[in-house]
Design a protein around this ligand. Structure first.
Ligand code: GDP
Length: 518
């Protein structure tokens, strides 16, 4: 784009840089506690005047002089949002698994995210201070997700830790540094800086503030930067202790002041030679964004991206939602959650909440009020899907409640384009069910839309309601194992550890690779 990429660095110009680490794991397994505990291991932590600031990332220095940068934006949000924008900031993921709880759904999600991003994992088995915990059980459970830790003969480092009792934090840091050595992380500090926006906000007193992780080059006070469509001269730079600094080398996160507006997390940030160039790049990007928004407008007023654009422009004061879910408990939980989300500028209104699949009448209702449809563990009938497409009504599919809240909250705040967390691949109709020795139930299916693919996630739908979510254990055409089956073809499918399949059920196939919604 506009010749932004500088010349590639030569071998001689590259110098070692600190690793950048993201901590992921299931809720309550101790991510926040671990981030806090690690931060306090910084040798400079007790220096006079050092008051820690939350800027979305921090760097610690070890007694050995080694340094490690941790991204500490909550949850997987930053990781997925950045990946959706094509940014990769993390060199490795520390997967926190609480020894008393074991592998849970978000643990598995984290493993998938790390795999999709192609970054190595280090397993931190947390809460080993608790009496009676069984860290070995965690190791076995991870095995089922193809994470083989070193003590079981694999290549994934594992460390037993306690975040609250500060046990083995040094071992965890050693593991991180070892992994960094293996990855041979290097960057050229002697060039104009490039980096990624980790977090950003509009500060009453200071104006737009963005935390940028420098990835190549050295960022200096006075540099002219472009981040997304925003640009400006770096008026001041602060580190994670709130200290003013003049220079930021690779892997250092810094807050920068002086931008024209608030860039989104995940935006690429780059130093340019002068203001004219900055303006040119910014204008070019704005034009492109407008073109995209115009396209989205054509697609209908009920799509999330379109709503986001209107909310950002201050033209929309309400987000209307139709909720359909598999059971009454989910309907209530989602309606209650959404009820708490509005703010003074933008309200959230639930038009309708009910159990069951999405019908044409739901789509019509949504269409009439420019509402989005939240589908929790349910699917739309073929007619409803067709109508939604024709009328430009967006149906969002979910199986995790906090993700519903997360998307709608971002929308209300006009902050970040909600990302589609998974990619729909296809539907297959179950025509017959066979009992096969040693395999169990095999469904004879016809693919009715898209493709089905081995290794992808699958859901079993009965009357439009998700009754099972898991993985395919076999995918065959005639007697042969195949990778993929296209629309119109027949195939045999069976699930791993699941047998309740009936004629008339529908198998949905999806990939969890994160893609942008637009
Ligand atoms: P997060 O949701 O993954 O960020 O988890 P938190 O860091 O908020 O921790 C959830 C709960 O587990 C809190 O009550 C913590 O005090 C507790 N906790 C975290 N780490 C440990 C640990 O190592 N040992 C024990 N006993 N409790 C822990």
């Amino acid at each position: 784009e506009l010749g932004l990429e500088g010349a590639p660095d030569t071998e001689a110009e590259l110098q070692p840089r600190p690793p950048v680490v993201t901590i992921m794991g299931h809720v309550d397994h101790g991510k926040t506690s671990l981030l806090d505990a690690l931060r306090q291991t910084d040798v400079a932590a007790h220096e006079a005047g050092g008051i820690t600031q939350h800027i979305g990332a921090y760097q610690i220095e070890l007694p050995s002089g080694g340094k490690v940068t941790f991204i500490d934006t909550p949850g997987h949000e930053a990781f997925t949002a950045m990946r959706a924008r094509g940014a990769s900031v993390t060199d490795m993921v520390v997967l926190v698994v609480a020894a008393d709880d074991g592998v849970m759904p978000q643990t598995v999600e984290a493993i998938r995210h790390a795999r999709a991003a192609n970054v190595p994992l280090i397993v931190a088995i947390n809460k080993i201070d608790k009496p009676g915990v069984r860290p070995d059980r965690v190791r076995q459970e991870l095995l089922q997700h193809e994470v083989v830790v070193e003590s079981l003969g694999g290549e994934t480092q594992e460390v037993e830790v306690s975040a609250t009792q500060r046990i083995n934090l040094d071992k965890l840091l050693e593991a991180i540094l070892l992994q960094a050595e293996i990855l041979d992380l290097r960057a050229n500090p002697n060039r104009p800086a490039e980096g990624t926006v980790i977090e950003s906000k509009l500060d009453r007193g200071r104006g737009p503030v963005a935390t940028v992780l420098v990835q190549r080059g050295t960022l200096r006070q006075g540099d002219i930067v472009v981040a997304g469509t925003e640009w400006g001269r770096v008026r001041a730079m602060l580190d994670d202790r709130g200290r003013q600094i003049k220079e930021a080398p690779p892997s250092l996160p810094v807050e920068i002041l002086g931008l024209s507006g608030v860039p989104a997390a995940g935006e690429h940030c780059i130093v340019v030679p002068d203001e004219a160039r900055a303006r040119e790049i910014s204008e070019y990007r704005q034009r492109r964004a407008r073109e995209k928004a115009a396209l989205a407008a054509g697609a209908g007023r009920g799509t999330l991206n379109e709503m986001l654009a209107r909310i950002q422009a201050g033209e929309q004061k309400e987000v209307a939602v139709v909720v359909k879910a598999d059971v009454q408990g989910s309907v209530e939980a989602i309606v209650a959650t959404l009820g708490k989300l509005g703010n003074e500028e933008v309200k959230v209104r639930v038009l309708h909440g009910a159990v069951g699949q999405i019908t044409e009448s739901d789509v019509q209702l949504a269409k009439a009020s420019n509402a989005v449809i939240v589908a929790f563990n349910v699917r739309a009938t073929a007619q409803a899907r067709e109508l939604a497409q024709r009328e430009g009504v967006e149906i969002r599919y979910y199986s995790i409640i906090y993700e519903v809240a997360d998307d709608i909250e971002k929308l209300v705040k006009g902050r970040l384009a909600p990302v589609q967390r998974e990619k729909f691949l296809g539907y297959a109709q179950v025509l017959q069910v066979f009992d096969v020795k040693k395999v169990g139930k095999v469904a004879g299916c016809r693919v009715t839309e898209g493709v089905v693919r081995r290794g992808a996630g699958v859901r079993l739908l009965r009357d439009g309601v998700v009754i099972h979510q898991g993985e395919l254990s076999t995918l065959r055409r005639f007697k042969d194992d195949v990778r993929e089956v296209q629309n119109g073809y027949e195939c045999g499918m069976s699930f791993a550890n699941y047998d309740d399949i009936k004629v008339g059920d529908v198998i949905e196939c999806y990939e969890t690779e994160t893609v942008a919604a637009a």
